[in-house]
Design a protein around this ligand. Sequence first.
Ligand code: SAH
Length: 397
Amino acid sequence: MSNSKDNIKKGSCPVYKKCGGCQLQNLTYEEQLKYKQNKVKRLLEKFCPVDPIIGMDNPYHYRNKVQAAFWTDKKGKIISGVYQSGTHHIVGIDSCQTEDIIADKIIVAVRKLLPSFKLTTYNEDAGKGFLRHILVKRGFSTNQIMLVLVTGTPVFPSKNNFVKAILKQFPAITTIVQNINPYRTNLVLGDNQKILYGKGYIEDILCECKFRISPKSFYQINPVQTEILYSKAIEFANLNGNETVLDTYCGIGTIGIIAAKHGAGKVIGAELNGDAVRDAIVNARTNNLKNIRFFKADAGEFMHNISSENEKPDVVFMDPPRAGSDTKFLDSLIKMSPNTVVYVSCNPETLARDLEYLTKSSVFKVKKIQPVDMFPHTAHIECVVLISDIRNKSTKR
Ligand code: SAH
């Protein structure tokens, strides 16, 4: 087929079954989009008609954040790759059809350098060894690259020479960070980190705004589709310049900052991760925005406090993790009843649950549902939903 969407044969990845990360590789991209559209319809059509899913023109190598785990097999060979879905078994891979090509090359290069520096891999069972994971993040618009080496111990033998060697092969790397994770945990990143080279963060540009991204901050992994997703969210908010806007579960402040640039009167953001909040504060400054503040808080707690102060925001953006929101948050939202809620969701099941809760209140009605394919070849589905206060006659949104 000449269409670039289908230029890689379905199921052509050699580790498709072993890895389990791309659950839909048995389908062509067109079939995947149809499958996702139908799933969203099945779960959400009862609230409002579902707009056609927005897919990618080129749905390959879209991931700008790539992680690899390291392991030494019984013969002493070092393997890097991904965890088989739902297990702790590492599937060795050198490249992946969804991952950034340069990021994959950096991971292989680090693996090949390890023996010459006598650096070991971390053994989880023994709780011993050096390199656990690698994380590479690349700024799609700026081309800045961050390499994070996650190590089981703080001591990094031949650190300077190792850094020199990897930079020699990849001069495009702009920062290298050592993250220390000595814990028996499924979490990739530990609490402590040292900057080995560069600034310790990268920057990227989305919807004409500049964002700083730290190793631990959440940042959408598909920059091409993220611009589409955020533009839809801003379109749904229909800002006119005077609104008080809340950006909840705001990460590094992306949606709130773009809303402020697009004319929101005042923006208040809330996020649980302290590193992300720090990035959000810097990002507001970088983009010359004075009408925006960020708080480190549980979103439900934050909403509860705002509602007790009798604040009435005009627009609330909410972008919770896969588990969705909670009743503390949703009850406060119903109490404050903003004219417009824009719900960005990465899980249509929890989205359906939360929409059920919100519409049951007879305060809100779902007006628009727009699925966006942020994760081609995987079963993950992202949606932007416009919810309006039905009692507000002035709301012609
Ligand atoms: N809106 C951002 C981030 C979305 S991801 C963006 O588009 O980039 C969801 C975010 O919710 C993550 O940054 C996560 O750290 C944060 N989060 C998770 N649980 C939370 C909670 N209970 N309260 C506030 N933020 C939370």
